[in-house]
Design a protein around this ligand. Structure first.
Ligand code: ZN
Ligand code: ZN
Length: 220
């Protein structure tokens, strides 16, 4: 859940959509965490997501459930991401330091809780993380209300609680730079807390971030 929340707050809302600014030190921590745990750089994640917004539900969409079997989108997030990352400029390179930290983190868990338990944790982590991403990409483009008829995606308000604000997927496609996706956005209280502690600045969005330099200028 922590990885999913960091992906949503930092990679999605801050980097991909520039909904708020993140303090440099906090951004460095979040970026380091994401690179170690997920194994890719946040800038590439943001650039692939911007491809989705630019080409949503067309043949160029990296993961549209209308253009390929919904089950493939639900279960195949890592493969679809690997395919789509070839279409965006390379983010900051993956260094040996990230790999060393990954190995050290895994070794710590093996020593602290045991090998089988570590494998179980990894399986649960992957299932939950990929499950949330797959559900957002699948359900958000197939079922629900359409308050913005000319925009891709659908809204199912209550899903915003377990899916980190993404129940309002149609609204998100209509207003991608909004820091709050809707009334039941479960990430919003956390953003208010981060803003109160000055780790982020909710100043109406459009803040400049590293994604602005690495992502296709025309993507939105
Ligand atoms: Zn979407
Ligand atoms: Zn988005």
């Amino acid at each position: 859940m922590l990885t999913a929340v960091i992906t949503e707050v930092y990679c999605h809302r801050a980097l991909a959509h520039r909904a708020f600014r993140v303090s440099p030190r906090f951004a460095s921590f979040l970026s380091g965490y994401f690179r170690v745990i997920v194994g890719t750089d946040p800038e590439t994640w943001a650039a692939v997501h911007r491809l989705h917004h630019r080409y949503a539900d067309t043949p160029l969409d990296p993961h549209s459930p209308l253009e390929r079997p919904p089950l493939a989108v639900l279960l195949g997030s890592p493969f679809l991401f690997a395919k789509a990352r070839k279409r965006v400029p390379a983010g900051s390179p993956r260094g040996r330091r990230d790999l060393v930290v990954r190995v050290l983190v895994a070794a710590c868990f093996v020593v602290l809780v045991g090998f089988v338990q570590t494998l179980t944790m990894l399986a649960v982590h992957l299932t939950c993380y990929m499950g949330i991403m797959g559900l957002v990409n699948t359900v958000g483009h197939l079922y629900g209300r359409k308050p913005h008829p000319d925009v891709p995606g659908y809204d199912i308000a209550w899903l915003a609680v377990p899916l980190l604000g993404h129940g309002y997927h149609n609204s998100h496609h209509a207003h991608p730079a909004a820091a709050r996706t809707g009334p039941l956005d479960s990430v919003w209280p956390l953003l208010r807390l981060l803003a109160a502690t000055r780790l982020i600045a909710l100043d109406g969005g459009r803040a400049r971030t590293p994604a602005a330099e690495c992502c296709p200028a025309s993507a939105s």
